[in-house]
Write a protein that binds this ligand. Structure first.
Ligand code: ZN
Length: 301
């Protein structure tokens, strides 16, 4: 396992972590400046932040700072109620794919969607199985384009508390079942199986830390399917389902143990800090939050 205690070479900042400090949006280009000034080598921006800053201006800033993108957030939301909403989802995902390519992201992260309409407050139905089928269909359609563009797609399983409104893929096992169905492993001639790397998973510890099958499924994923590793912490108590994520070290997730599991499979990418924290970290100075991320990355990840 890599030693993170001496430097922060493998720290990435998901820019939602510092998206609105003390009530005001922190502009993405300023976030990139602040990351680069601290020797942070990678980020993962969100589409709305990129749209506000301008795609070309963002791409230029990333290049001039020499930053890498550990991922691009996000595509997905594949579920639909009719032909028009299905097409709208497909079009939007193609735009997300284009943007990820322009920015040179390591992968496009997919938050797949739940029951259609639920996120807006009224689910169109209660048929979770059909929502899951639509997700598989949507990923299949996007995968053809993604392969052509050489942009890996990373399915992010979300904690089951989001099954209704954000993502009906809730475990690593479910995500890997979709990967195996759409991008089947093939024998590599040495008695083992090879995976293309075109489709894989984003392992976000906030969503999967509790899973009794986590170790087994990380091993199943193997290096080619492990496309991203997101860290934060699970607070006790958690006071908000979405925006009360903790800083690494402040909660109950055994992050080093899980990082050892993904690294045992050969994962050697960034640990991406992704914290939505309306009452705590978003109330602080952005530079202080970044400095804390660096310190906790060295000590707690
Ligand atoms: Zn995540």
């Amino acid at each position: 396992m890599r030693d993170f205690s001496q430097d922060h070479r493998w720290l990435s900042i998901n820019t939602a972590t510092v998206r609105k400090q003390r009530g005001a949006d922190w502009p993405l280009l300023e976030i990139l400046d602040a990351c680069a000034a601290r020797g942070i080598r990678a980020v993962a921006p969100w589409r709305d932040q990129v749209a506000a800053a301008g795609l070309d201006a963002t791409a230029r800033a990333i290049r001039s700072h020499g930053l890498e993108l550990s991922g691009y957030c996000r595509g997905g939301m594949f579920t639909y109620t009719d032909a028009a909403s299905r097409q709208a989802a497909r079009d939007d995902n193609r735009r997300a794919l284009d943007e990820a390519c322009t920015l040179g992201a390591a992968c496009l992260v997919l938050v797949v969607g739940g029951l259609p309409g639920a996120l807006a407050g009224k689910a169109a139905h209660k048929d979770l199985a059909s929502a899951r089928a639509q997700v598989t269909e949507g990923i299949a359609a996007l995968l053809d384009d993604a392969r052509e563009r050489r942009m890996p797609l990373a399915i992010e399983p979300l904690h089951p508390m989001y099954a209704a409104d954000r993502a009906c893929i809730n475990t690593l096992e479910q995500a890997l079942d979709v990967c195996d169905a759409l991008d089947p492993p093939v024998p590599d001639g040495t008695g083992r199986e090879a995976r293309s790397g075109a489709l894989g998973v984003a392992v976000d510890l906030y969503h999967v830390w509790w899973d009794p099958r986590l170790a087994q499924q990380i091993e199943r994923a193997g290096r080619e399917r492990l496309l991203a590793f997101h860290v934060c912490d699970w607070l006790t108590p958690t006071t908000d389902l979405l925006n009360d994520r903790g800083m690494m070290g402040d909660g109950v997730i055994d992050t080093p143990r899980i990082r050892a599991l993904v690294e045992a499979q050969g994962f050697a990418g960034y640990s991406e800090v992704e914290i939505f924290s309306a009452a705590n970290w978003w109330q602080r100075d952005g530079g202080e939050v970044l400095d804390t991320c660096i310190e906790r990355h060295r000590r707690c990840v």
